[in-house]
Design a protein. Sequence first.
Length: 172
Amino acid sequence: MQNILDNQSPENRELRNRIHDLCRQYNRAPSKGHLKKLKQVFRTCGENVFIEHGFNCDYGNKISIGDRVFFNFNCTLLDGGKITIGDDVLIAPNVQILTVNHPLSPHERLKKTNLVQDVIIGNNVWIGAGSIILPGIIVGNDVVIGAGSVVTKNLDDGCLYAGNPIRKVREL
């Protein structure tokens, strides 16, 4: 289901600016103190979550992270919609998780409308380097996503997927 996000409202601009500043602070000096501040803006954040520098998000308060999740360098979460990440998830460098899209109609796009769809990532998932997860996607449990993949459809439990667009390679 798509929802509309008014990213130009004063409240959303203020929140985005605050979170972008927090991400910049963490990325300049990825100390335990800055990481703690970053984790506090998330909707929920489990135990033993580690985030390498280069992490960026828009709002933070729509992100739920399970236990033992690892974000490698330069990950971007566009969280206009909710992003839910399960336990024991490995997120490789340069991964993008996107919940925001725009209308295809040129006339509608001029209104600067943001369409959002939530993303859900199951437990024990490994997302390979440079992968992009598009809005509205559900990734099942025990999934491996090959490096450079563009996730354009929901992924079933226990399988290896790869490619652009993504396709099932085999069951694990």
